[in-house]
Design a protein around this ligand. Structure first.
Ligand SMILES: NC(=O)c1ccc[n+]([C@@H]2O[C@H](COP(=O)([O-])OP(=O)(O)OC[C@H]3O[C@@H](n4cnc5c(N)ncnc54)[C@H](O)[C@@H]3O)[C@@H](O)[C@H]2O)c1
Length: 327
């Protein structure tokens, strides 16, 4: 997507999921790729860079709880280290992948806009909220952080995740013929397709400074707030014959919030989400049925981030600090 708009792209990633590629790279590969732990990022990595879209990190609550201290090192301290290096190197724009999770247990009373109080309820969400604070403190005339408070992603990249709610329910529908909701289905979850998140990141990187400097944007579409039971219904539509089971138990996940997405829609130049949940479910269902991986594969380390990290540790490829070891 970025290259199609004329940008050169350099990736930097530690490669935890490098063997999880199960689909072709939709938008092409980076022009250059640096295999590096973000904790070790150095000034030389930033030569010639105009804008950073900072995605690297432990990317959900269960991974965050693996070792909360590590979550703060990777997601918070390294974000601020990268930002300080970027600022010193004259990188003017720093787009940070934050999360709607920072609204936490803020409840279903109304839609939360970017001025709502933050109530993060996990190490992951705390790391995102504190990163925003730290980045904002670095903002000045030449350095503009922008915070993308992404809704939970659905859809497929080259390394699809099935530990995200829509994809996960679709995987179970495919494998077992049942969409199983392990709660009463009432919690609210905002959702966004991965390509719309990518578009938002690009818009935030390209926007005139005054439109985005130091700003947070909730990233989703106006109708992107769903209760889990409605997500389950949408998933069922992709798997004719599948049945719905709502267990009614008290869920282990206290998050529930509805989000107001109007600021990005009105104020992030060029941002116009293209995907609906229905279309996204159809895409995932089509791929599951066609790709030939087998019914259980979606629940394997190839698609579940935490399982892949545990696998790396069991095989001695990662140590307890998630440092890559020579093999
Ligand atoms: N997927 C979502 O629903 C969602 C929602 C809101 C925010 N986000 C944020 O967006 C970003 C990308 O999410 P994703 O779904 O693509 O996650 P992902 O797990 O697929 O990708 C994260 C990448 O970060 C890399 N990484 C992790 N630790 C690293 C380290 N120490 N050094 C270098 N690289 C490291 C991993 O190798 C991986 O390639 C994350 O910061 C995540 O918190 C995601």
């Amino acid at each position: 997507m970025a290259q199609a708009r004329g940008h050169g792209v350099t990736g930097l990633d530690v490669g935890y999921f490098e063997d999880c590629v199960t689909r072709p790279q939709a938008g092409g590969v980076a022009d250059a790729q640096i295999l590096r732990d973000i904790r070790d990022v150095a000034a030389a990595d930033l030569e010639g860079i105009d804008a950073i879209v900072h995605l690297a990190g432990l990317s959900n609550d269960p991974m965050g709880e693996l070792n909360p201290g590590l979550t703060y090192d990777i997601n918070l301290e390294s974000t601020l280290k990268l930002a300080r290096l970027a600022k010193a190197a004259g990188v003017g724009r720093f787009v940070f992948a934050s999360s709607c999770s920072i609204y936490g247990a803020a409840g279903g009373a109304g839609q939360l806009d970017e001025t709502a109080p933050l109530e993060p309820v996990s190490a992951y969400a705390v790391s995102k909220a504190r990163s925003e604070e730290g980045l904002l403190a670095l903002a000045d005339a030449d350095f503009s952080p922008v915070f993308m408070r992404n809704a939970t992603a659905y859809g497929l990249g080259s390394r699809p995740r099935f530990d995200l709610v829509v994809n996960n329910l679709a995987g179970w529908a495919f494998a077992t013929g049942a969409v199983r909701v392990m709660s009463d289905g009432t919690p609210w979850r905002p959702l966004t397709h991965i390509e719309d998140i990518s578009l938002a990141a690009l818009c935030a990187a390209e926007a005139p400074r005054d439109a985005v400097h130091g700003q947070a944007f909730n990233i989703g579409r106006p109708d992107a707030n769903y209760q889990v039971k409605d997500i389950a219904q949408a998933v069922l539509a992709g798997f004719p014959g599948a049945r719905l089971q709502i267990t009614g138990e008290t869920g282990g996940d206290p998050r529930s919030y509805r989000v107001d997405f109007s600021k990005a829609l009105n104020g992030l130049p060029g941002f116009a989400p293209q995907w609906t949940l229905e279309r996204g479910v159809a895409e995932v269902a089509r791929w599951l049925k066609a790709d030939g991986l087998g019914a259980e594969a979606f629940d394997s380390r190839l698609f579940i981030r935490l399982k892949q990290l545990r696998h790396g540790m069991e095989r001695g490829e990662l140590n307890g600090e998630l440092r890559r070891l020579p093999v």
